[in-house]
Write a protein that binds this ligand. Structure first.
Ligand code: MN3
Length: 226
């Protein structure tokens, strides 16, 4: 009987614990699929470590804080992003920060030999002429983004590729963005993404980053978005 009682108490404590943890940390920092130093020399280990464990973690913490006790606590990050005009600036900045960085980590890789899929190459050629020309256009968008923001390759509602840039932590999936679509590749051009290694030379960072772009992941996003 005592054992039975203990077991029940154990179960109750465990269940309460699980719910408490869930309620307090709805969104979580995703793990990287590689080590902090895996993208060296393109992106240095210290930048990766601070960017992931400090900047991204802060977006997650602030997002959870901003949503605490609201109905939005049970929504997915995509559901929130798609209707972002209904939320506060704090949610807009931190939900954007969480969504954008979660995407960013997956479209980077230490593997040097990834290539766009046949279908993605066809779509890129049709829209931009060539993969090289896409890189130049995306880098131009990223260079011309004044201050902090992101440059994107996305699919519009007709499944056509387009390039755009957004300020702060906005992205093309947000319902208040000028050019809306589903992002398949995003480049972080906040200074925290490159300053330790590249200082003011955003252009050098943008030229180098193509060596660590995960075309397998970008292709997968392209094909599942079509
Ligand atoms: Mn960042």
């Amino acid at each position: 009987m005592i054992i039975f009682k203990s077991l029940i108490i154990c179960i109750i404590v465990t269940i309460t614990g699980v719910f408490t943890i869930n309620a307090q940390s709805k969104f979580e920092l995703p793990q990287l699929g590689y080590a902090y130093d895996a993208l060296e020399p393109v992106i240095d280990a210290q930048t990766m470590q601070i960017h992931h464990s400090k900047h991204h973690q802060t977006y997650v913490n602030n997002l959870n804080k901003a949503l605490e006790g609201t109905a939005a606590e049970n929504l997915s990050i995509e559901e929130i992003i798609k209707n972002i005009s209904q939320y506060s600036t704090a949610v807009r900045n931190n939900a954007g920060g969480h969504y954008n960085h979660s995407l960013f980590w997956t479209i980077l890789t230490p593997n040097k030999n990834t290539q766009p899929s046949e279908r993605l190459i066809q779509a890129i050629n049709q829209q931009f002429g060539s993969v090289d020309s896409l890189k130049k256009l995306l880098n131009n968008a990223a260079s011309n983004q004044f201050g902090s923001g992101w440059a994107w390759l996305s699919l519009d509602k007709n499944n056509k590729l387009f390039i755009s840039s957004t300020s702060n932590q906005d992205n093309p999936l947000m319902d208040l963005t000028e050019k809306q679509g589903r992002p398949i590749l995003g480049i972080d051009v906040w200074e925290h993404a490159y300053y330790l290694k590249y200082q003011n030379k955003r252009g050098d960072y943008l030229l180098a980053i193509w060596d660590v772009i995960n075309w397998d992941e970008v292709s997968k996003r392209f094909e599942t978005s079509e």
